[in-house]
Design a protein around this ligand. Structure first.
Ligand SMILES: *Cc1c(COP(=O)(O)O)cnc(C)c1O
Length: 426
């Protein structure tokens, strides 16, 4: 065996997986079982007391899900990960470890529409207060910091326009404030951007999108970078203080650089309950094996479609960071040199009506609310994903009435362009 460290594509196929020790099965089996037999009473007690690692019940952990967790942790360069039922569940579980009622977190204004909704409304009922900042103005993050700030949340490649966030600059703000930086890396996937290399402390994904990649399974994952010191000033009691749930152990003291992943599992997932089905974990693992190949094709196609649209007379503007003329191109070259992703927006000279007409005339593109599928997708954010925002907030978050969002699939790019051409011809 050579002592070479495996590359990204090798990890995408192999990390976390071994032939099944009992059957020799080469693909990771679906352990479709709720619970696991203990060796004896002492073993059971040590599992429940967190003195030993092992399987108890699928709401806390499952061997199929464990392979997925190890694989994504390896791809992101984290110390450990926790898979949950959806991207949104992952966001709840993360913030539950960090915020007490009355606390605040700062979030970039350019986010997945569902996250804007979740942060604004659902989290308010938990007493968690979101403070918005502008990812294009780093000082707006500095100004938003207060003694109650417990975290900063951004997207690496941001919805809906595919803009690129300056992760390092925002991580400097987070360090100064003494709070962890959480990066939603869904649109980039670790193939294009590894936020931990740029100062992220926690990475979160909707596995539903590019990692699963086939539009067939929901899932979410939390990756612990192992970089944050949770013991400072009693600010994060879930991690630093004795836990009554586990005979008074302190998670940071006991689990060190993967304490956050443990907290998410034993305090978050165990008690809130959004467990990922092992079947979905299997589907997502299968998807991840081809992530590098798919992302290359997604990016190549997206660039070709963006170039086509930029030259079309019916198109007012195209926001794709992979175009040299784009305002995010400099950041794209720095953070995503392999490609600027496959989700972006463009606006039509004909405004709202032209957007609605385009969506109805496209044939190969599916009109639906998703991204990161092998299939090409289209949506009009102003009337769907971002419809809950008022007009000013729509424009600020990149979802004005004339804006159409595309998620470019892995079909032949000539076919995608032909479909857009006939739909734009009117
Ligand atoms: C889809 C998505 C989410 C939410 O994930 P679900 O799996 O649908 O819960 C969060 N962030 C981004 C960027 C997304 O695209």
């Amino acid at each position: 065996m050579s002592d070479r460290l495996p590359g990204f594509s090798t990890l995408a196929v192999h990390a976390g997986a071994q032939p099944d020790p009992t059957t020799g099965a080469r693909a990771t089996p679906i352990y479709q079982t709720t619970s696991f037999v203990f060796n004896d009473a002492d073993h059971a007690a040590s599992l429940f007391g967190l003195q030993a690692f092992g399987n108890i019940y699928t709401r806390i952990g499952n061997p199929t899900n464990a392979v997925l967790e190890e694989r994504v942790a390896a791809l992101e360069g984290g110390t450990a990960a926790l898979a949950v039922a959806s991207g949104h569940a992952a966001q709840v579980v993360i913030l539950q470890q960090l915020l007490q009622p009355g606390d605040e977190f700062i979030a970039a204004r350019k986010l997945y529409g569902g996250s804007i909704n979740q942060f604004t409304h659902a989290f308010k009922s938990f007493g968690w207060n979101v403070v918005w900042a502008d990812p294009d103005d780093i000082t707006s993050f500095e100004r938003a910091v207060t003694p109650r700030t417990k975290a900063i949340f951004i997207e690496s490649i941001a919805n809906p326009a595919g803009s690129i966030t300056d992760i390092e600059a925002i991580s400097t703000v987070a360090r100064k404030a003494g709070v962890p930086l959480i990066v939603d890396n869904t649109l980039a996937s670790p193939y294009l951007i590894r936020p931990i290399d740029h100062g992220a402390d926690i990475v979160v994904h909707s596995l539903t999108k590019f990692l699963g990649g086939h539009g067939n399974s929901l899932g979410g994952i939390i990756v612990d970078a192992g970089t944050f010191d949770w013991s400072t000033g009693g600010k994060y009691p879930m991690l630093s203080e004795p836990r009554p749930e586990y005979h008074g152990i302190r998670l940071q003291e006991t689990f060190g650089n993967f304490a956050f992943a443990i907290a998410c599992r034993v305090l978050g997932l165990r008690d809130l309950g959004p467990a990922l089905s092992p079947f979905n974990a299997f589907m997502i693992l299968t998807g991840i094996e081809t992530l590098p190949l798919r992302m290359q094709k997604h990016c190549e196609n997206a660039k070709a479609v963006a170039e086509f649209l930029a030259g079309h007379p019916a198109v007012a503007s195209v926001s794709y960071a992979g175009l040299p003329s784009d305002k995010y191109n400099q950041l794209a070259r720095k953070y995503a040199p392999k490609g600027a992703g496959a989700v972006f927006t463009f606006s039509l000279k004909g405004g709202y009506d032209a957007g609605v007409s385009l969506v109805s005339k496209l044939q190969l593109f599916s009109h639906l609310a998703n991204v990161g599928d092998t299939r090409s997708l289209v949506i009009h954010p102003a009337s769907t994903t971002h419809s809950q925002l008022d007009d000013a907030a729509k424009v600020k978050s990149g979802a004005g009435p004339d804006v159409v969002r595309l998620s470019i699939g892995i079909e032949d790019k000539e076919d995608l362009i032909a479909d857009l051409e006939q739909a734009l011809a009117g």
